[in-house]
Design a protein around this ligand. Structure first.
Ligand code: UT7
Length: 329
């Protein structure tokens, strides 16, 4: 007997990522704005970030990551019937970056669209794909987080320009029948939240319907920081409650990589052991929607995350938006 659609699981079948070749260190930034390596490392844990070069648009980074994830899964573009790109730095106002990637990977059917939830975008996109796959409407999804935040930055504003980087990561999700228990491989639960009252704490001061320009990122870092830990730990507690799991059950904690202090404080609040935390913010900076798939990919490729491991992802960003997903790898 086959089980019902509630037992359909979105299982990770492949992963890939891409970083632009150009690396920018804190020492490089010291030459551009009034900052120091010490300040950046102490306040954020960031040492390096990658910055996209000419021609390296978000869809180009996303396509590299997508092709790596497809190769890892042993699939081609046409095996995918749902493609979602999480980005706040699309190539164009429209069409979506997802449709550009769709064409680039030779996916000639199905649907492709963007999801915009800033730094939480990858979690929102994973949750969206999971709903499609669980419903039975689609079979294989490519979920990509890709950003070129360097192009939104005010390079004269030291309070923001030292924090961000560019990159892309991609995951192939495949609908497979599960037993309906938390032992199943795949996405076990997702929890999304937003609160639009916080707009002015983290936003871009331009857009097609306001200024007619792209604009620059503006952030009141201290205000964002103040909310971040409680928001991300709330949605992780929701994930534990929904699955009857605890921090002890986790094999890996793969948070959004904005700031080492936020990551460590969140883990400590929930009793997640420091050895279970995957950290890439030191080498990538904050790559917004790309940060989680970049970190996941690093930990899969170096052998830390293995099939069957219980992995918590979470993020918080502009909007505010925040969310978590618990995945049996
Ligand atoms: O991914 C989306 C979510 N975003 C985040 O999670 C970011 C959250 N916020 C943060 O990570 C931190 O708030 C920051 C890293 C942005 C800032 O750290 P902070 O400990 O909150 O510092 P602060 O903003 O309170 O600034 C402290 C001082 C200020 O000087 P005064 O006013 O105390 O004299 C700043 O002007 O540090 C100064 N400052 C800098 N100094 C050297 C700010 N930026 C820099 C800089 N270099 N780059």
């Amino acid at each position: 007997m086959t089980s019902g659609p509630t037992h359909m699981r979105s299982v990770v079948a492949g992963i890939g990522s891409f970083l632009p070749a150009r690396k920018v260190s804190n020492a490089d930034l010291e030459k551009m704005v009034d900052t120091t390596d010490d300040w950046i490392v102490q306040r954020t844990g960031i040492r390096n970030r990658h910055i996209a070069g000419e021609g390296e648009t978000t869809s180009v980074l996303a396509t590299h990551a997508a092709n790596a994830a497809l190769a890892d899964a042993g699939l081609t573009g046409n095996d995918i019937d749902l493609l979602i790109v999480a980005t706040s730095t699309p190539d164009y106002t429209f069409p979506s970056t997802a449709t550009q990637v769709q064409a680039a990977i030779g996916m000639l059917h199905g649907a492709a669209f963007d999801v915009q939830a800033v730094c939480s975008g990858f979690v929102f996109a994973m949750a969206t794909a999971d709903k499609f796959l669980m419903s039975g409407s689609h079979r294989r999804a490519l979920v990509i987080g890709a950003e070129t935040f360097s192009r939104l930055l005010d390079w004269n504003d030291r309070t923001t320009c030292v924090l961000f980087g560019d990159g892309a990561g991609a995951v192939v999700l495949e609908a497979r029948e599960g037993a309906g228990t938390i032992k199943d491989r795949g996405m076990l639960t997702t929890h999304l939240r937003s609160d639009g009252r916080h707009r002015e704490k983290l936003y871009v001061d331009g857009g097609p319907s306001t200024t007619g320009t792209v604009g620059h990122l503006r952030m009141s870092g201290r205000d964002v920081f103040r909310h971040a830990v409680s928001m991300v730990t709330d949605v992780m507690v929701d994930a534990f409650a929904a699955t009857g799991t605890t921090a002890e059950d986790l094999d890996w904690f793969v948070p959004h990589q904005a700031n080492r202090r936020i990551i460590d404080a969140s883990a400590e609040k929930l009793g997640i052991a420091p050895g279970k935390i995957v950290v890439t913010v030191d080498q990538h900076g904050n790559t917004s929607a790309a940060s989680i798939p970049l970190a996941l990919c690093a930990a899969v490729k170096d052998g830390r995350i293995k099939a069957g491991d219980l992995v918590m992802i979470e993020a918080m960003g502009g909007g505010f938006t925040w969310g978590s997903a618990l995945i049996r790898w």
